[in-house]
Design a protein around this ligand. Structure first.
Ligand code: C2E
Ligand code: MG
Ligand code: MG
Ligand code: MG
Length: 284
């Protein structure tokens, strides 16, 4: 019997695989409790233009686990996607981001800030996704064009008809769209022109070596040229050095996000970093 089922049977009893499976089951049970037990938090990473002005932020999810400490999204987002837990978690992210925009609205120093929010494929392709977003915007009563949804190329191409339909519906309300990690997927000019896009976000893997690796420099220049010709904004993520920023600026990319400007931080820290910048501007 064991012989006939071959390699698979042996792999099933592999203790390493078994341990990995148990760890995954444990993590899944903990992830299920994370939302009702308020263990999620949004961090904010500033987005700046070439004049140094902060025009917005990307909201990045953090899981403050009671024993494991801070669990990175790279470790739990894939599991949340596999189990469908990303749907309620993603809704919590959207709601929290909208409430943050609302809170900023009443502060003259912060009222023009925009927020970018990451959306997973299975969340976006839910039948009621458009309803959920529009209900949130109405209930919380914020300016819809301050909300930018970040979609990946894989999400967009997964079900292109559903994508176009939903993007157009949300676009009508005023919501904006960015393609995240741009350049890492199977991009095609044909679909890009069909989508109501506001922004392309150059993936950090190209930004990292832009000043030292000629092929990455060409990719970045091509993406900037493409966005410019399509009349949409282009932003670079993962900008860590002045050298990278200078390359981007001299090639026509005028908005940036990365450790050079600020790491993702809790909202209090984000606001005080902004106040420091405003104070510095006023004193010069
Ligand atoms: P992403 O949307 O591409 O976010 C950018 C990631 O790059 C963030 O990692 C950010 O902390 C990191 N980063 C920013 N600037 C720099 C830099 O200068 N250098 C380097 N080395 N890294 C930089 P993070 O926060 O760990 O998030 C990882 C990924 O998890 C995100 O990639 C996104 O795909 C996903 N994610 C985060 N929050 C959410 C969420 O609320 N919903 C969904 N569906 N996915 C999320
Ligand atoms: Mg993103
Ligand atoms: Mg990205
Ligand atoms: Mg990324």
């Amino acid at each position: 019997q064991a012989k006939r089922s071959g390699r698979n049977a042996i792999r099933f009893f592999d203790p390493a695989t078994h341990a990995a499976m148990e760890a995954r089951i444990a993590l899944e049970a903990e992830l299920r409790r994370a939302l009702p037990e308020n263990q999620f938090k949004l961090y904010y990473q500033m987005q700046v233009n070439n004049l140094g002005a902060v025009f917005g932020a990307e909201a990045l999810l953090r899981w403050l686990h009671p024993e494991r400490g801070m669990v990175s999204p790279a470790q739990f987002i894939p599991l949340a996607e596999d189990t469908g837990l990303i749907v309620p978690i993603g809704l919590w992210v959207l709601e929290t981001a909208c409430r943050q925009l609302k809170a900023w609205e009443s502060d003259p120093g912060l009222s023009c800030l925009h927020l970018a929010v990451n959306v997973s494929a299975c969340q976006f392709h839910q039948a009621d996704f458009v309803d959920q977003v529009s209900t949130l915007l109405t209930e919380i009563a914020i300016d819809p064009d301050k909300l930018k949804l970040e979609l990946t190329e894989t999400l967009v191409l997964g079900d292109i008809d559903d994508t176009i339909f939903k993007m157009q519906a949300l676009k009508k309300i005023g919501v904006r769209f960015s393609i995240d990690d741009f350049g890492t997927g199977y991009s095609s000019l044909a679909y890009l022109t069909q989508l109501p896009l506001d922004q392309l976000k150059i993936d950090q893997s190209f930004v990292r070596n832009v000043a030292v690796k000629p092929t990455d420099a060409v990719i970045v220049q091509t993406i900037i040229g493409m966005a410019t010709n399509l009349g949409i904004e282009v932003i670079a993520e993962g900008v860590e050095t002045e050298e990278q920023r200078t390359f981007l600026e001299s090639n026509g990319c005028f908005t940036y996000q990365g450790f050079l400007f600020g790491k993702p931080v809790p909202v209090e820290e984000f606001e005080s970093a902004l106040n420091v910048k405003i104070a510095a501007k006023l004193s010069t």
